[in-house]
Design a protein around this ligand. Sequence first.
Ligand code: GLN
Length: 489
Amino acid sequence: MAHPPLTLARATELLRTRQASSVELTKQCLARVHAAEPNLGAFLSITEEHALKQARAADERIARGDNVGPLTGVPYAVKDCLNTVGLRTTCASKILRDYVSPYDATVIRKLNAAGAVMVGKLNMDEFGMGSSCENSGYFPCKNPWDHGRVPGGSSGGSGAAVAADLVPYTLGEDTGGSIRMPAAFCGVVGLKSTYGRVSRNGLLALSSSFDSIGPMAWTVEDVAQVTRVIAGRDPLDSTSLDAPVPDYAAQFTGADLKGVRLGMPKEYFTEGMQPGVAKALLAAIDNLKGLGATVQDVSLPHTKYAMPVYYTVQFAEASANLARYDGVRFRTAAEADDLLNLYLRTRADGFGPEVKRRILLGTYVLSVGHYDAYYLKAQQVRELMRQDFDKAFESCDALITPVAPTTAFKFGEKSADPLAMYLSDIYVTAVNPSGVPGLSVPCGFADGLPVGMQLIGPRLGEPTLFRIGHAYQQSTDWHLRRPNSETTA
Ligand code: GLN
């Protein structure tokens, strides 16, 4: 590797000790981004000028010693579903090709206030619909560990940009695994925060009752630092929680997990898992026991309904949310003689096949005559799934499960079969309908590719998840491994 890995902690240290300026770090990151792109496909836009302006301001702030925090002057990049004023926000959709947001998302405002430096907007499956980044309306993103394989999705660019060491951390968005899954496939840490922990104001909605924003980075500590900055009540998002945001990293206990009770949901350890994935996970569980945690079997009996519940509600909410992209606002089709044709042409031309499929299915499950059988039923079962988690957390502090049944798959392996693609989300989809947080932590390799473990906590249980993940990283070195450029195509 040509350079030492630039984690957030390392970047903060370099800036604090004046070994590097923010402008220098930013230029280094931009040089890496330019060297990796367009071959990697992680960036939809590189915001060079904007980044250098922010970096210069951060350097002045550091020189003045004015409110300098761990993110001040450190470069990052963000999934292209978060609004950034004056810059393009496309959700990787052609329908938003020319959309320039008039305002910043709340998380972007918070990062700006912390002095963070945004170097670009990251690739994703169109509107967050997908598990491989192959549904991007522009170009697919590759997995830095093996360019013949997908980075996971939908926040594929957010996972790949960290794994390729282009930026120390990124922001992703998780509606049904979109942070945790690419984190696992790319060998990095990713947090799906508790629903409402992080404001959704300025996030282009996919499924409003599931969407959660969270960071991705090499270490749990870095993820915890970013979460602390972006979390909290926001009057512009009525679903954001009015709960104090702890200093997560201050609560770390080194590699000691005495007294922590972990649950292994039996429904998540069934056949169908790639043997190397199961092996890595069981070894991680042994490791956690070695650190003092106790592990017990638990049951989440409604797990078998997680996929149908998730996809039914998600399609329904997506069909409603995406109705706003009608050609009157956001983008207009070149020629249309009447309003109906304007809608039809804009949407036929602007949306990709997966988006169209979901709008149709979502409209169907919400339609008169089908609403009770599908949408209402799914919402009722969703409540049972939530109760499963509540019950499990009466005897456990956190649950441990795989993130995905396999390691990163090859391009084209599942793209022709939507059901096969949906099934790669089998372990991650129950979390979002229940609103609980999930942390994906690298826990080994299978056939040379990263494997992730998922830690699930009760609502607002981020401190426990971070503590467990951090302790695990103190006693393992998976997060120190980097993709070997010689093994990639
Ligand atoms: N794979 C999930 C889906 O296709 C991911 C959605 C998400 O989390 N944005 O719906």
